[in-house]
Design a protein around this ligand. Structure first.
Ligand code: ATP
Ligand code: MG
Length: 577
C-alpha cells in the first residue's frame, strides 16, 4: 500500500472527548471515526486489525471443534418473550417495530436465536456435543458508552454457544473454550488473566472472565473491573464475585447497656465513629437499596462496603440502585418515622426486606441507627435490642489485604479490561424455550448449554491500552494492520526513492504487508506518522543508502539497526513465517 493512496487522516491533536489512551490514539491515528455516541466507523487500518483478530479467533475456534455460522442482527420479540428476557433486559435492548407493527430488537446477544436453532436442528444425543459460533455486530444501548471501542453501543463480538447432553459434557466444552481463549489472546499479543466472575442469580452456575490487566494508577485507567488476586495461589476473581476471609477486628463495643443517645450531625460512619470515639468495626451500617423496584435494607459492618451485584443476586434481581432521599422519606413515613440516611436502622421498619452481611452477625454491644435523626442506639445486641435478620449472606466488597479464601494469603487488587468471558448456562434457555433432545434412555431432555463471548473490537482497543507510548500505538505483530513501513527520508532524492520502491516491491513479492510512504512530506512528518500508526517495523532510507545501508527500527523496543536492504528484507520474511 502506498501511503499516498491509503485512506488515513492522522490528526495533530487528540479528540477532546477521549479519556483513555486507546480512544485517543485510535482516533488520532486515523483508525476510527465517531458516527454517533458509542457508534464508530472502522476505517481501513482499523478494519485490517479487526480482521486479523477475527482470523485468529476463527482459527482457534475451528481448531477447538466449533463451527461458524451467522445469525441475524435483527431479532423478533417473540423469542425474547419465550426466554422471559423481553421484560427484564431493560433499556440496553434496542427495541423497534417493523411496518406490520411487529416488535423486534437489535441483537445485544444471541442466546435466544441459537436456542431456537438447537431446538429445531438437534433431535438426538447422537448429534451432541455441538458448538456454534459467529462473529457479528451487536447493539446495546449502553447507559454510558465511553472509552471509544472499549464500551461502544455497536460493537463486534464473537459469540459461541455449546450444546451438551449432560453436565460432564458441558464441563468438557467449557474447558475446551477456556483453553482456546488462552491461545487466542496469547496470539493477539495480550496477556490475560482468567478470573472467576459473577454469573447472575442462577444458582450453581459458573463463569470466568478473561481480563487484560491495566495496572497503571492513573485516573484515566481504562480498566472498568477490579480484579482481586492472591499473592500466593492462583485465586483471582472479579470484585463482583470475589470472597475473602476477614482479618481480626474489634467486634465488641464499649457500651454495655443498650440506650439511645444523641449523635448530632453524624451522617456518615466516619463522623459517627469520630464523635463516639469508637472503631467503625462496632457500628452496624444500614443502607436502603431498590432492587427491581422493591426496597431492601442491607446491614453491614461500618468499615465495609456493600457489593451491589452480590446484594442484587441475593434477591435474584436484575437492577439495583441505592434509594434516593425521597424514597427514604417515603419508607420512613410508612413506618411512622422521619429519619434521613445516616440514622436509619432495621427496628420497626415496615414493608422492606432486610438482609445482613456476615460481618454483622458477631457484633456485640454495637451501635446502630434507630430511625431518629441525630440519634443512635449504642450497646445493642442481636435478639435483645434488635432482631438479626433471617437472611444473612456475603454481600460485601472484598478489600485489599483481606485473606484469600483458598490459601489465607493476602489479596491484592488490580484493574482489568474484560475482553472475553465463558459461562455455564446450564438449562436456563433450553428449559424456558423448550429446547430438548432425545437422550440415550429415550427421554426428552433440555440441552445443557454454555456461552462464550469475545469482544473483537474491545480486544483491539485493549491491545492499544497495553501497547502504546507517548508517540503512538505499538501493535503486536500478529494484529498490526501492516508489518512494516518503508520511509524514504527525502522524496526529492532519486536514489532514496528508488531503493525505497525496490524494497517495497520485494517485500510485496514476499507477501509481507508493507506500506511505502511515498508522500511529498517532510521526513519528520512521515516518521511521526509511522510511530503514531504503530507499524511494528520501519525501514528508513536516508543518506546512508550511499553505503547500501538503511535504518531498521523495531517500534516496540525503539531499537535501530543500520543494515543492508537485503538483510532487512530477510529479517522481515523470517519474522512473519
Ligand atoms: P461488560 O461487563 O463489560 O458490559 P458483558 O458482561 O456485558 O461485558 P458479554 O455480554 O458477556 O459482556 O459480552 C461478551 C464480550 O463482549 C465481553 O467480554 C466484552 O469483551 C464484549 N463487550 C460487551 N459489551 C461491550 C461493549 N459495550 N462494547 C464493546 N465490547 C463489549
Ligand atoms: Mg454489559
Amino acid at each position: 500500500m502506498r501511503m499516498s493512496n491509503l485512506f488515513v487522516q492522522t490528526l495533530r491533536e487528540f479528540p477532546s472527548d477521549a479519556e483513555v489512551a486507546s480512544h485517543k490514539l485510535l482516533v488520532r491515528a486515523g483508525y476510527i471515526r465517531k458516527l454517533a455516541n458509542g457508534i464508530y466507523n472502522y476505517l481501513p487500518l482499523m478494519w485490517r486489525v479487526l480482521k486479523k483478530i477475527e482470523n485468529i479467533v476463527r482459527e482457534e475456534m475451528d481448531n477447538a471443534g466449533a463451527q461458524e455460522l451467522l445469525m441475524p442482527f435483527v431479532q423478533p420479540a417473540e423469542l425474547w418473550q419465550e426466554s422471559g428476557r423481553w421484560d427484564v433486559y431493560g433499556k440496553e435492548l434496542m427495541r423497534l417495530r417493523d411496518r406490520h407493527d411487529r416488535e423486534m430488537c437489535l441483537g445485544p446477544t444471541h442466546e435466544e436465536v441459537i436456542t431456537s436453532i438447537g431446538r429445531e436442528g438437534i433431535r438426538s444425543y447422537k448429534q451432541l456435543p455441538v458448538n456454534l459460533y459467529q462473529i457479528q455486530s451487536k447493539f446495546r444501548d449502553e447507559i454510558r458508552p465511553r472509552f471509544g471501542l472499549l464500551r461502544g453501543r455497536e460493537f463486534i463480538m464473537k459469540d459461541a454457544y455449546s450444546f451438551d447432553a449432560n453436565e460432564e459434557g458441558l464441563d468438557k466444552s467449557y474447558k475446551i473454550m477456556a483453553e482456546a481463549y488462552k491461545r487466542i489472546f496469547e496470539r493477539c499479543g495480550l496477556e490475560t488473566k482468567m478470573v472467576q466472575s459473577d454469573s447472575g442469580a442462577i444458582g450453581g452456575s459458573v463463569s470466568h472472565e478473561f481480563m487484560v490487566l491495566v495496572n497503571d494508577k492513573s485516573e484515566n485507567n481504562a480498566g472498568e473491573n477490579d480484579v482481586f488476586y492472591c499473592t500466593k495461589c492462583s485465586y483471582s476473581a472479579n470484585s463482583n464475585h470475589a470472597v475473602s476471609v476477614l482479618n481480626e477486628a474489634v467486634t465488641t463495643g464499649k457500651y454495655e447497656k443498650a440506650e439511645i443517645i444523641d449523635t448530632p450531625s453524624t451522617h456518615s460512619i466516619e463522623e459517627l465513629s469520630e464523635f463516639l470515639n469508637v472503631s467503625s468495626t462496632i457500628i452496624c451500617k444500614s443502607l436502603i437499596y431498590v432492587i427491581d423496584g422493591k426496597y431492601v435494607l442491607a446491614l453491614i459492618r461500618g468499615d465495609r462496603t456493600v457489593e451491589e451485584t452480590k446484594l442484587m443476586n441475593a434477591f435474584c434481581g436484575n437492577e439495583i440502585r441505592i434509594a434516593s432521599a425521597g424514597e427514604i422519606e417515603e419508607i420512613m413515613k410508612e413506618s411512622g418515622f422521619n429519619a434521613v440516611a445516616g440514622f436509619i436502622g432495621p427496628k420497626g421498619l415496615k414493608n422492606i426486606e432486610i438482609i445482613a452481611d456476615e460481618t454483622v452477625k458477631d457484633l456485640k454491644n454495637f451501635i446502630i441507627g434507630c430511625n431518629q435523626n441525630d440519634k443512635h442506639m449504642v450497646g445493642a445486641n442481636w435478639g435483645v435490642d434488635v432482631e438479626l435478620p433471617d437472611r444473612i449472606c456475603d454481600i460485601r466488597l472484598v478489600e485489599e489485604n483481606d485473606k484469600c479464601p483458598e490459601c489465607g494469603s493476602s489479596l491484592k487488587v488490580t484493574r482489568g479490561i474484560e475482553v472475553g468471558n465463558i459461562f455455564k448456562l446450564g438449562t436456563k434457555y433450553s428449559k424456558a424455550m423448550n429446547a430438548t433432545f432425545t437422550d440415550k434412555d429415550g427421554k426428552e431432555k433440555p440441552f445443557i448449554m454454555g456461552c462464550y463471548g469475545i469482544g473483537i473490537s474491545r480486544t483491539a482497543a485493549a491491545a492499544v491500552e497495553r501497547h502504546h507510548d507517548e508517540h503512538g500505538i505499538i501493535w503486536p505483530l500478529t494484529i498490526a494492520p501492516y508489518t512494516v513501513i518503508v520511509v524514504p527520508v527525502s522524496d526529492q532524492d532519486v536514489q532514496q526513492m528508488e531503493v525505497a520502491q525496490e524494497i517495497y516491491k520485494k517485500l510485496q513479492n514476499k507477501k509481507v504487508e508493507v506500506i511505502l510512504d511515498d508522500r511529498a512530506e517532510r521526513a519528520g512528518v512521515k516518521l511521526k506518522d509511522a510511530d503514531l500508526i504503530g507499524i511494528p517495523y520501519r525501514i528508513t532510507v536516508g543518506k546512508t543508502i550511499k553505503d547500501n545501508l538503511i535504518e531498521f527500527k523495531t517500534r516496540a523496543t525503539g531499537e535501530i539497526e543500520l543494515i543492508t536492504p537485503e538483510a532487512a528484507i530477510e529479517k522481515l520474511t523470517e519474522n512473519i513465517s
